[in-house]
Design a protein around this ligand. Structure first.
Ligand code: CA
Length: 521
């Protein structure tokens, strides 16, 4: 029998999978029986946060165990320098067989392609859902099939070749799904789901963004206004601005218009040929939400199938006991909360990633935790399980004591987030940073440069947001200027300053001036 020393590590990560879209999290939207197996047999983490809620920087944080100002992967356009150390290199040098399949999204070519992996095969950039191009050491090729199933097959093949047969050399396998990233394309086997029923709409779908930082109003991430025909599986009519605004000036995708009073629109469904007619703006907005959420959730379903196949294979080959299995996503996603899709912001739906972990030797089945973890902690966790030293450059801490319910008194329940991709051309999301503790969240919007759009977003001055996530879980009431929360503000500002100093990030704010302005100096 395999020993429980130096377990295999199977790290399954999807792209943009919201925790509410996993039934084990009680989202009330879908049924994910296979991902739920990890919650039943292991631990469901309820406070796992990302340090930058966007694909490329999140992946760099996971691989290097460092914050993005250290690994220099701050945006989608700053690819990882693969001369730097990463956790796969350490695991490989420490005797693990390492594999990486699926979405890499840290750049292509000799300077950016995966390193530290015995085997790898990845999509260029975002990758495609159907018949995707994949790159390995032999270069690019088209792989027929559906992306989620292809990546699963590659991982099963890796497990078959390096798993049970090779007990002296455990494996570290990163299974990185492209799904359910936009533009949402499900496998045909899941098209029938939710055809005859509607899904619940979040209470704050019609959020008017009052009493929030100006960034919330400025963001182009609204389901009712900022989704393309392609996003929702609708035929984009030929024509110009009357069809809809271009998603971006150099592309051809157009946004489905939001109706003004007295206007109407006919929308042609690409798959059924059905024509939908709307003359009521609220009705059109709800139609868009239903199209969006159903297309997103159908795409999730193949991931659940994938997790089932991987777990089954571990069981069939006698490796379930000796494999640490993690399921997570590179960040969260808005499923209509605040009227949004997408991520980027430090609000809870985007900041919090699903995280489920199973390791029968040490993790009690069916447990949950709300102790705060961050994705910079993943690399030290892998090394801890592998019995390897955590290098001093890594800034996270092993989560193994948290998983095994023996966390020390000194654990700092605080997550730091910084979004750098200021005012990008698609989403108009503004840069910000902040901290989240076990109850409160403090966000600073520094609004201080031009951003990608090349124009000042507006004349907004730097802003602060303070949320009581216990009393206001949907983050609708900014308490930053509430006199009753002045001491909370001061305390959270202190936590932010200490964390930024600790990790060496440079603040845009001057806490002395901030406190003086609030009369707290
Ligand atoms: Ca992502």
């Amino acid at each position: 029998m395999p020993t429980t020393d130096r377990p295999n590590i199977l790290f399954i990560m999807s792209d943009d999978h919201a925790f509410r879209a996993i039934s084990a999290y009680g989202g009330g939207l879908n049924h994910t029986p296979n991902i739920d197996r990890l919650a039943r047999d292991g631990l469901r983490h309820d406070a796992c946060y990302v340090t930058n809620s966007i694909c490329t920087p999140a992946r760099a944080a996971i691989l290097t165990g460092t914050y993005n100002h250290v690994n220099l992967v701050t945006t989608l356009d700053t690819h990882m320098d693969n001369r730097l150390p990463n956790v796969a290199r350490h695991l490989r040098a420490g005797g693990y067989r390492t594999g990486m399949f699926g979405k890499w999204h840290l750049g292509e070519g000799p300077a950016h392609e995966p390193v530290g992996f015995d085997e790898w095969c990845v999509f260029p950039g975002q990758g495609d859902y159907f018949d995707p191009v994949m790159i390995d050491r032999d270069g690019p090729r088209t792989v027929p099939g559906y992306a989620t199933d292809i990546v699963t097959d590659q991982c099963l093949d890796f497990i078959d070749r390096h798993g049970a047969q090779d007990k002296d050399q455990p494996f570290f396998l990163m299974c990185h799904h492209k799904a359910p990233h936009r533009h949402f394309q499900c496998h045909p086997r899941h098209r029938h789901l939710w055809q005859d029923e509607d899904l619940p709409i979040p209470e704050n779908f019609d959020d008017d963004y009052s009493n929030r930082a100006a960034a919330a109003e400025a963001a182009r991430m609204r389901v009712r206004r900022d989704m393309t025909y392609e996003d929702l599986g609708l035929v984009q009519p030929e024509g110009g601005a009357e069809v809809g605004e271009l998603l971006w000036s150099e592309g051809r995708l157009r946004l489905i218009p939001d109706l003004a009073e007295g206007e109407s629109i006919d929308l042609l469904c690409a798959e059924s040929g059905e024509i939908f007619h709307f003359d009521d703006p609220a009705e059109l907005a709800r139609f868009k939400y239903q199209r969006y959420i159903k297309r997103y959730l159908r795409t999730v379903q193949a991931i659940d199938d994938s997790v089932g196949r991987l777990l089954d294979r571990l069981e069939e080959t006698g490796q379930a006991e000796n494999t640490l299995v993690i399921y997570t996503s590179d960040q969260g996603f808005f499923l209509g909360e605040h009227g949004w899709f997408d991520k980027r912001f430090m609000y809870e739906e985007s900041l919090k990633a699903p995280f489920l972990v199973r390791h029968p030797a040490g993790i009690t089945a069916g447990t949950t935790t709300r102790r705060i973890a961050c994705n910079v902690d993943f690399a030290p966790t892998f090394l801890d399980y592998a019995g390897l030293p955590v290098p001093s450059y890594m800034q996270g801490n092993s989560l193994r004591p948290m998983f095994e319910d023996r966390l020390g008194e000194d654990w700092d329940d605080l997550a730091y987030h910084r979004y750098w991709m200021h005012n990008d051309i698609f989403h108009h999301a503004w840069a910000h940073y902040g901290v989240r503790d076990d109850r409160y969240k403090l966000i600073h919007w520094y609004n201080d440069d031009l951003g990608q759009l090349g124009a000042r977003p507006n004349d907004a001055q730097p802003e602060w947001e303070l949320f009581d996530c216990q009393e206001d879980p949907f983050e609708m009431q900014n308490l930053a200027k509430d006199p009753a929360h002045a001491e909370v503000f001061r305390r959270m500002l202190g936590k932010l300053d200490r964390r930024m100093a600790d990790i060496g990030d440079v603040p845009e704010h001057d806490s002395g001036a901030v406190l003086a302005e609030l009369g707290l100096a």
